[in-house]
Design a protein around this ligand. Structure first.
Ligand code: IPM
Ligand code: MN
Length: 353
């Protein structure tokens, strides 16, 4: 019996999470996976009502689940940074979800903005380090509002943090057994301290423990170029937190948009959290018009991570079938030709067949 914490969160989060849970229910009825849900009221509305982003007691409870399912965080009436830092990033950091796993996979039937590229060319995974770098929160601001204002934001990097992300990426690359090629994406020509740590860790670990995996390197700017021009060159990319954030939005676009891009915040020895990587999209809230597939794929990643391969495969198969069916006109919000819940029904129907 899996215990899953559900945080619908802000904006369209609750709507898409509902569809993910619908598909889980239909699939579990077939595969026999047993789970129970606990819903948490967290996000901008709760913060505006009570001043709380994530009470310590709730954080402690979250540690006791098998997985967390998150919709979205971000509220137009809450200043930027408050919910992000004190809710989303706090969960990632406190639960030591040190990997942010973001597959970039173009399914058949999905339109990509890249000319002459299809599902054979767009199928790679980004392993984003998820607890360090510019996200560490170290730094500060002094003499604020004066001409002498000075601010710093420290790119905190540890050998330990870089190495565990790199090892995870090598293991994943071996498991995928595709091109067996791991690319480090960094900026060693400018970030000559922090990315030197990454670079040496990458090659030392690779040479010692992963001789079967080819190692490649690209600066982040070049990586974005190749993602557009030659996405077929990538198998697994490992990168630091901020670069991973940026390149996975580009990744989402080439795989068909934020409506289909899912991610997992993984602690391989603890509690992981799964989410669609798009935001709360406040302007579409409550309209039943956004694509729920990213949220459904997040459930699929959750089942895969829990070791429920049959359930995961069934959900992915249902998503693929829905996307190839031609029934969903577009994945853009408001242009699907179907509602959010109808897309959920379609996929739940296939998954439960
Ligand atoms: C993401 C988001 C978050 C991030 C924000 C909301 C803090 O953009 O999950 O990619 O930067 O990690
Ligand atoms: Mn992001």
């Amino acid at each position: 019996m899996y215990r899953i914490a559900v945080i619908g969160g802000d904006g369209i989060g609750p709507e898409v999470v509902q569809e993910g849970l619908k598909v889980l229910e239909a699939t579990a009825a077939r595969t026999g996976v047993k789970y129970e849900l606990e819903h948490y009221d967290l996000g901008g509305d709760r913060y505006l009502r009570t001043g709380e982003e994530l009470p310590d007691s709730v954080l402690e409870e979250l540690r006791g689940f098998d997985a967390i399912y998150l919709g979205a965080v971000g509220h137009p009436e809450v200043a930027p940074g408050i919910l992000e830092k004190n809710l989303l990033l706090r969960i990632r950091f406190e639960l030591d979800q040190y990997i942010n796993l973001r597959p970039v996979k173009l399914y058949p039937g999905v339109e990509t903005p890249l000319a002459n590229k299809g599902p054979d060319e767009i199928d790679f995974v980004v392993v984003r380090e998820n607890t360090e770098g510019l996200y560490s929160g170290m730094g500060g601001i002094q003499y604020k509002g004066t001409p002498q204002e000075v601010s710093t934001q420290v790119h905190m990097t540890t050998r330990f943090g870089a190495e565990r992300a790199i090892r995870y990426a090598f293991d994943l690359c071996r498991k995928r057994n595709r091109d067996k090629k791991l690319l480090l994406c960094a900026k060693t020509n400018v970030l000559t301290y922090v990315h030197d740590t990454w670079f040496r860790a990458f090659h030392e670990v690779g040479e010692a423990d992963y001789p079967d995996i080819e190692r490649d390197y690209a600066h982040v700017d070049a990586t974005t170029m190749w993602m557009v021009k030659n996405p077929e060159w990538f198998d697994v990319i490992v990168t630091e937190n901020m670069f991973g954030d940026i390149i996975t939005d580009l990744g989402a676009m080439i795989q068909g948009g934020l409506g289909v891009a899912a991610g997992g915040n993984i602690n391989p020895n603890g509690v992981s959290m799964f989410e669609p990587i798009g935001g709360s999209a406040p302007k579409y809230t409550g309209q039943n018009v956004v694509c729920p597939i990213a949220a459904i794929s997040a459930v699929q990643m959750m089942m895969e991570t829990l070791g429920e391969e049959e359930t995961s495969a069934r959900i992915e198969g249902a998503v693929e079938r829905a996307l190839a069916s031609g029934k969903i006109k577009s994945l853009a919000a408001g242009r699907m030709g179907m509602s959010t819940s109808e897309v959920g029904d379609l996929i739940a129907g296939y998954a439960g067949e």
